[in-house]
Design a protein around this ligand. Structure first.
Ligand SMILES: C[S@@+](CC[C@H](N)C(=O)[O-])C[C@H]1O[C@@H](n2cnc3c(N)ncnc32)[C@H](O)[C@@H]1O
Length: 281
């Protein structure tokens, strides 16, 4: 009886009323999950860069604040650069950790994410700044005017003490990653960088070939592999020795590699593989 009444109500409630009820529910959920930071959180439909729910958005931000703080030793007064800052999922919890003496710069090729963060975060936390860079990416900025393999980051040498890229090199081609790493090396002073990858090594190749991976890379025996020959940037994995060789060439010392669960591993830290490295200048 109750189910029939609910169904009838659903059918005959005007669309606008239903929408309004949905909006109130979402606002309540945002307030419950994020408290006073709720206005910084975009609508789920605008989360173009991964999460499918408010819960996922929050869990990922909280997870990475723990990783930055506990595994990378991020201090509250650092100068931080987030390349590919997206729509702020990893940024929002940092507003509660970095002090006003610290600085956070977010750059991204995607205007939507940058516009949201500049409007929602910077007015409340002026030491958090965001810039759109018009660099091409088949997935996130197909009409960008600058090639990623030629782009110079808009910062002076040695500007930062901590640089991070979350799920960015998993969408870039080898020559582009090589160039970005050299830019990271240039703008990093004596400091550390944390970058996520899909790394191909004996274990991940075995799991991919055994059908255990959550990402379906074709020909994982190569130096790099993709899920989509038509648009390789959809998801890209790199041979681990190739990547560690790039760090070595630049003089970036790898402190630790924390492998991820993406390929179906039983023991992992996060979803993607994380390379934590330092530059001693
Ligand atoms: C999967 S999303 C991750 C976003 C954010 N790092 C996070 O973890 O929530 C990948 C991001 O990288 C950005 N991106 C792609 N290519 C880029 C490039 N060449 N330079 C800077 N950002 C880039 C995309 O626009 C997108 O926001």
């Amino acid at each position: 009886m109750m189910a029939i009444a609910v169904n009838l109500l659903r059918r005959y409630t005007p669309v606008r009323l239903r929408r309004a009820v949905g909006e109130v529910r979402t606002a309540r959920k945002k307030a419950r999950l994020f408290g006073a930071l709720a206005p910084l959180v975009p609508a789920v439909n605008d989360m173009f860069d991964g999460p499918g729910s408010l819960e996922e958005f929050k869990a990922n931000g909280d997870e990475f604040l723990r990783i930055y703080r506990d595994r990378c030793g991020l201090r509250a007064d650092e100068r931080m650069l987030d390349v590919g800052s997206g729509i702020g999922r990893k940024t929002i919890p940092l507003t509660q950790y970095l002090s006003p003496a610290a600085s956070y710069e977010g750059i991204d090729v995607n205007a939507k994410g940058i516009d949201w963060c500049a409007k929602a975060i910077t007015p409340r936390f002026p030491n958090f700044r965001f810039q759109q860079i018009d660099v091409r990416n088949a997935l996130y900025n197909p009409l960008g005017t600058c090639a990623p393999s030629e782009y110079r980051f808009p910062f002076a040498d040695g500007s930062f003490t901590f640089i991070t890229l979350g799920s960015v090199f998993t969408h870039m081609m080898p020559a582009e990653v090589e160039h970005y790493l050299s830019e990271i090396n240039r703008v990093l002073g004596a400091g550390r960088c944390l970058i996520s990858y899909f790394l191909l090594n004996d274990e991940s190749r075995r799991l991919i070939n055994g059908g255990k991976s959550t990402v379906d890379f074709a020909r994982p025996d190569q130096q790099w592999a993709t899920t989509s020959p038509e648009r390789p940037e959809d998801a890209i994995a790199f041979d681990e020795d190739y990547v560690t060789g790039l760090y070595r060439r630049l003089g970036l010392k790898i402190v630790r590699i924390d492998y991820g669960s993406w390929c179906g591993r039983a023991n992992y830290l996060s979803y993607q593989d994380l390379i934590f490295a330092e530059r001693i200048s």
